[in-house]
Design a binder for this molecule. Structure first.
Ligand SMILES: Cc1cc2nc3c(=O)[nH]c(=O)nc-3n(C[C@H](O)[C@H](O)[C@H](O)COP(=O)(O)OP(=O)(O)OC[C@H]3O[C@@H](n4cnc5c(N)ncnc54)[C@H](O)[C@@H]3O)c2cc1C
Length: 454
């Protein structure tokens, strides 16, 4: 039995830890917050994505389609609220039809059950929608992701694992066959370390001696809830035809598992990695983002959609106009501000968004990589195989899937198994929305002053 430290009490960390515990490893989960799922996992829209948007054959497409199934099955098996309710992707103008047809072809290639509808068929699903055509996707669902995390945490503890809150990882290094982890509370040692640090994943990779080829750039997704009257106009999930370059952009309407309808998200550069409002600013985080050439290159290429997102952030009227293209009648008066989420978008130096896994060689002490691989979710994963590379993989293949299948729609981490003792999952975004923040309480460890690893 190995002892593995898993950093991060979001869904990726918990799914990884639960899987390791199930295979017999002794697991210690650390999270810097005083509850689980306090960041992306507890601040998303709770949609189980079907895998519709991703290029055929990509790891992301395969993971998302398999994960949609395993997530729905896992939730149902464990009594977590879930519904595979399907969604509509709606073309509101003739000019969007080619894009919609391409999406239908991609659905077929990815084996996502979907069919094109004419306006009369659309009205059978969503009577208030304005559509010249739509794609009905059957396998999209809604789920309570915080509830999934609760179950995973229960599984970890039932298998003898520990979940320690209020304890931040500061750095890690390999010493002989072991990994030492410096935290805000103490120094810990284990046989393996898996870092699933979400918005801080790149920094934690660097603090482990790795040199990831991408940086996390935080994008805030802002949402509104619809007034009760406007919510009656929406039965399920209504999405616009996406720009294929940015499938996660485009505000949409989602009736969540709690029955409330939320609208959004837009996507604006956040001024702090945990910057859930414009008022939350971190000089370090802004400096990190602005000093990354990839951000400028991405901005230069995409300033036009970026400006539209900022406008939607600043103007509820502009936000409402985007929604009323899909469902006429929604106005700014129907929008009630709701908590935002921040996506950990991994951006390469050349400005490209990391869409799939990204492997990297370790460069730090003891981090000699033999096989660059491993995964984050649909974005970046880095692993340096330390020492002689004979250690057990910190996370086995498919470790992140709650159901134990090949991975979840929420982008669980995946490691290649043997040869590596470190694995960091730099999580990236999925296309989506959000809903009110839901965290999970837990055993609180008093945070103590951070100490530097020397
Ligand atoms: C607005 C928004 C909407 C989304 N909608 C959807 C959706 O509908 N469907 C979907 O499938 N996905 C959605 N996503 C994506 C999904 O939420 C993420 O892919 C997923 O939650 C990532 O999980 P994670 O565990 O990697 O990250 P997180 O949930 O962010 O967890 C990372 C954890 O690491 C901890 N941590 C960080 N640094 C340290 C440290 N130094 N020491 C200890 N702990 C640390 C944090 O406290 C946190 O708990 C959305 C994301 C956003 C932002």
């Amino acid at each position: 039995m190995s002892h593995v430290i898993v950093v991060g009490g979001g869904i990726v960390g918990l799914a990884t830890a639960a899987r390791l515990a199930a295979r017999g490893d002794r697991v210690t989960v650390l999270d810097k917050e005083d509850g689980l799922a306090r960041h992306q996992t507890g601040r998303n829209s709770g949609v189980i994505h079907s895998g519709l948007y991703y290029p055929e054959g990509s790891l992301k497409a395969r993971m998302a389609t398999a994960g949609a199934r395993s997530m729905a099955a896992f939730a149902a098996e464990h009594g977590v609220p879930v519904q595979v309710c399907g969604k509509l992707v709606v073309a509101t103008e003739e000019s969007e039809l080619p894009g919609l047809r391409k999406l239908a072809a991609r659905a077929a290639a990815n084996k996502v059950p979907a069919r094109l509808l004419d306006p009369a068929q659309v009205r059978a699903y969503e009577p208030q929608v304005r559509a010249v055509a739509a794609l009905r996707v059957e396998s999209t669902g809604i789920v309570d992701y915080a509830g999934v995390c609760r179950v995973l945490a229960g599984q970890i503890e039932a298998a003898g694992g520990r979940i320690l809150l209020g304890e931040a990882m500061l750095a890690a290094r390999t010493v002989g066959a072991r990994v030492q982890v410096r935290t805000s509370v103490t120094d810990r040692e284990a046989d393996g370390l898996v870092v699933c640090g979400g918005l801080h994943a790149d920094r934690l990779a660097r603090a482990s001696g790795l040199n990831p080829a991408a940086r996390i750039v935080p994008f805030r997704g802002e949402y509104y809830s619809l007034s009760a009257a406007a919510a009656e106009l929406v039965h399920g999930l209504i999405y616009p035809v996406p720009d294929p370059r940015f499938p996660f952009l485009g505000v949409h309407l989602t009736r969540g598992i709690d029955g409330h309808v939320h609208a959004g998200p837009n996507a604006v550069l956040a001024l702090a990695r945990e910057g859930y409002t414009w008022g939350k600013v971190s000089a370090r985080d802004v400096g990190d983002a602005l000093s990354w050439p990839g951000l400028w290159r991405m901005g230069a290429r995409n300033w036009r959609p970026g400006a539209a997102e900022v406008l939607r952030s600043l103007s509820p009227a502009a936000f409402a106009r985007s929604l009323s293209r899909l469902v006429p009648g929604i106005t700014a008066d129907d929008l009630v501000p709701a908590p935002a989420g921040v996506r950990a978008q991994a951006v390469r130096r050349d400005g490209g968004l990391v869409d799939d896994f990204l492997g990297a060689d370790g460069t730090g002490p003891g981090a000699r990589a033999e096989r660059p691989v491993t995964g984050g979710d649909g974005s970046v994963g880095d692993r340096g195989a330390p020492g002689r590379g004979t250690g057990r993989g910190a996370a086995g293949r498919g470790a992140g899937a709650p159901g134990g299948e090949e991975l979840s729609g929420t982008r669980a981490g995946r490691a290649e198994g043997a040869g590596g003792r470190w694995c960091t999952a730099l999580s990236g975004p999925a296309p989506h929305d959000r809903r009110p923040a839901t965290g999970i309480g837990g055993v609180r460890r008093p945070p103590s002053a951070g100490r530097r690893w020397r």
